[in-house]
Design a protein around this ligand. Structure first.
Ligand code: BV8
Length: 247
C-alpha cells in the first residue's frame, strides 16, 4: 500500500464534516466469508438466477433454502475483524457519519456499529412468505422451515435480484451520499444496482472518494485515492494515520 496515498486519504478524513462509508462483500473476506464475484466467488459455484431470485425460490424453495442454510451455518462460525471495529469507532469521530452496507452478514452490528443502513437485508433473519412473522437466529431451522403462526414457508430476509430494496434504508443512503464531503468505498465490485450508484452521485457534488480494494473496480475511476490492499489492515493503518493528524 502506498504511504503517500494513505496519508492523502487520512487528510481527507481529518477534514471531513460528513463521511459516508459504503461496504460490500470484500469487507467480510478477512472474517472468512466469500465474495460473490472473482475466482472463488459464490457466483462461480452457483448461478444467481438459480439461487438469488424470487423465481428461483418459487421454482425450488427447498434447494434455495438449503443454500442459505449453508451460508447461515458458515456465518454462525465467523467474527468481525479489526476493520469492522475501526468503522464502529469512527461513528463518534465525525459529526455526520453514515455506514451503508450491501452485506447481509450483520458483522458491522456485531463489531459495535449502531447506525448501519443495510440495503440487502440480513442472513440471520428468516421471515414468513405469507404473514409478517420473522425470527432473528442463526440456529439451524431445518430443511423446510414453516412459519409457527400460519404454517407457510419461511424464506431468508434478504433482497433477491429483481426485488426492491428497503425504501427507508435506500432513501437514507442516497441522502447521506448526496450530502457527504468524503465517501469511503470498501470491498465492492460496484456491479450491483442501485447500491453502486451511491458512489456515482459523488461525481456531481465534489465529494472526495476513497476506495479500499486490492483490485480495480467499476468505481475506481470515481476515486481520488485508491488504497490497493485488504480492508482489515488498510483500515487499521488509515485509522492510525488519521489519529496522528488530529492528536
Ligand atoms: C432492484 C442478497 C428493482 C442476496 C444481493 C442491468 C443493469 C443494471 C442493473 C440491473 C440490470 N439487470 C438487473 C439489474 C438490477 C439488479 C442488478 O444490479 N443486477 C446486477 C447483477 C447487474 N439489481 C437488483 O435486482 C436489485 N433490485 O433493482 O429492484 C425493483 C424496484 C421496484 C420493484 C421491483 C424491483 C437487488 C439487488 C440486491 C441483490 N441481492 N444480496 C444474497 O446475498 O444471497 S446482491 C449481492 O451482490 C450481495 O449483497 C453483494 O453485496 C452485492 C454486491 O456485490 P459486492 O458486495 O460488490 O461483492 P463482489 O463479490 O461483487 O465484490 C467483492 C469485492 O471485494 C471485489 O471488488 C474484491 O476485489 C474485493 N475484495 C476482495 N477481498 C477483499 C476485498 N476488498 C477489501 N478487502 C479484501 N480483503
Amino acid at each position: 500500500m502506498d504511504d503517500r496515498e494513505l496519508q492523502r486519504a487520512a487528510e481527507f478524513l481529518a477534514g471531513a464534516s460528513s463521511l459516508c462509508v459504503s461496504t460490500g462483500a470484500g469487507m467480510s473476506v478477512e472474517s472468512g466469508l466469500d465474495t460473490f464475484r472473482g475466482e472463488d466467488g459464490l457466483w462461480s459455484k452457483v448461478k444467481i438466477e438459480e439461487m438469488a431470485t424470487p423465481e428461483a425460490f418459487r421454482r425450488d424453495p427447498v434447494k434455495v433454502w438449503e443454500w442459505y442454510r449453508w451460508r447461515r451455518a458458515r456465518l454462525a462460525s465467523v467474527e468481525p475483524h479489526a476493520g469492522h471495529r475501526v468503522l464502529a469507532q469512527w461513528e463518534s469521530r465525525v459529526p455526520d457519519f453514515t455506514l451503508v452496507t450491501q452485506n447481509i452478514d450483520g458483522l458491522h452490528h456485531r463489531a459495535g456499529s449502531r447506525r448501519v443502513l443495510e440495503l440487502h437485508g440480513r442472513l440471520d433473519v428468516a421471515r414468513c412468505t405469507y404473514c409478517d412473522y420473522s425470527v432473528q437466529t442463526l440456529d439451524d431451522l431445518g430443511p423446510e422451515p414453516a412459519c409457527p403462526v400460519c404454517m407457510k414457508r419461511l424464506r431468508p430476509a434478504v433482497v433477491w435480484f429483481g426485488e426492491p430494496l428497503p425504501e427507508d434504508a435506500l432513501g437514507a443512503a442516497f441522502a447521506a451520499a448526496a450530502r457527504c464531503d468524503v465517501m469511503l468505498v470498501i470491498g465492492t465490485s460496484g456491479v450491483v444496482q442501485p447500491a453502486a450508484s451511491l458512489v456515482e452521485l459523488c461525481r456531481y457534488n465534489g465529494t472526495r472518494v476513497i476506495e479500499i480494494n486490492p483490485n480495480a473496480t467499476e468505481l475506481s475511476h470515481l476515486a481520488k485515492v485508491c488504497l490497493r490492499g485488504g480492508c482489515r489492515d488498510t483500515l487499521v493503518a488509515l485509522d492510525a494515520a488519521w489519529q496522528s493528524l488530529i492528536t
